[in-house]
Design a protein around this ligand. Sequence first.
Ligand code: PMP
Length: 461
Amino acid sequence: MDGKFDNDIQAVVDADRAHVWHHLSQHKPYETTDPRIIVEGKGMRVWDQKGKEHLDAVSGGVWTVNVGYGRERIANAVRDQLIKLNYFAGSAGSIPGAMFSERLIEKMPGMSRVYYCNSGSEANEKAFKMIRQIAHKRYGGKKHKILYRDRDYHGTTIGCLSAGGQDERNAQYGPFAPGFIRVPHCLEYRAADQGAPVENYGEWAANQIEAVILAEGPDTVGGICLEPVTAGGGVITPPEGYWQRVQEICRKYDVLLHIDEVVCGVGRTGTWFGYQHYGIQPDMVTMAKGVASGYAAIACLVTTEAVFDMFKDDATDPLNYFRDISTFGGCTAGPAAALENMAIIEEEGLLENTTRMGHYMLDRLAELKDKHAVIGDVRGKGLFLGAELVADRATREPMAEKKVQMVTADCMAQGIIIGATNRSLPGLNNTLCFSPALIATKDDIDQIIEGVDAALTRVFG
Ligand code: PMP
């Protein structure tokens, strides 16, 4: 595909190198090499500034473009809506906002109200604020603590980092907000490192939450925020029985269950929402990335009617409403895109495809595990999968970051974009990540697996 783009692209690369501060990037290497610019996308594939084609196995780098690139139908709906009304915020609603909320709630039995904003971090902040406000309204401010889990990530703001379970992302950004309390992770592969029993690990891991609530005092704990399947912390699928026990514990101690579906939400795991695999009923759900597959910025905080009611029961109290706004929560492009995104998933049967292809990909990853001793564990749900690399299977010592990066770089050179949770501090971050678009075919998955196989052989022999 060399030569796909005209020569002006070098001016773009120069401007980028001179002025753009890239996310998640150490910039020193760009002094001698070109930054990568992604220019076009179609379906599962993107093209860079050199015209090189890449198969995108991570849906836009961070598990976002669920319905794939180049969806004219979404672009047209957004265009039409922008011409009609691009924006209005404050206390007014909008036509696409009302229509999408109705469609969304149809997919979320037991849930009722949709609060619009524009990033996963922002949605989570709003959930934290609601939990805090409920503590003030009902419990004199006492039941204000929010639990979060080791290895989970909830966003980039200081509030979200205060609830951040990935130490490498928090290092050097403290001090953090008080009142956020950590509970242990639930990664069965590393249960022994936690001193957990082999039997009934799910129940044991959930019981650690109860232990924290009891240690803190149940009358001080107002909410818990958890990813249904942990994403950046290592693609951690919950162990058997975990979620049911978590729900019981939340009910027992009157702790609001806030599920962060920013990654799992809207199809990624083969159901509309990740929590729906586990038969539980949250009080709050946040979502962002897949809601409009990156065609517009949109995030939602969805609550039950019971949570909503707490903010309207005394209309004479001037503080008794959610005193919060999101400026860009008033953009109509978000819900307009989200409506089409959801229609595409339904009309093309993408939940079913995700389940089918997810099983296929997990089987193919298991084959790779049989072949390569450096793969210690493979896991995932739907098209949200990980392969944890270890230096030694017996001790489960995490593979060195440099080696993991060599695998992702080799794949990139082959034209296959995969992810890795490896960061600079030791921990559980040694997992190759896969989250292809929900339209993935067997051929796409075979291409990804063959690329990873070749990369592992080249790096580790
Ligand atoms: N929650 C989870 C589980 C995430 O993975 C992320 C982003 N990677 C966020 C929240 C934050 O979302 P955003 O980057 O849109 O603020």
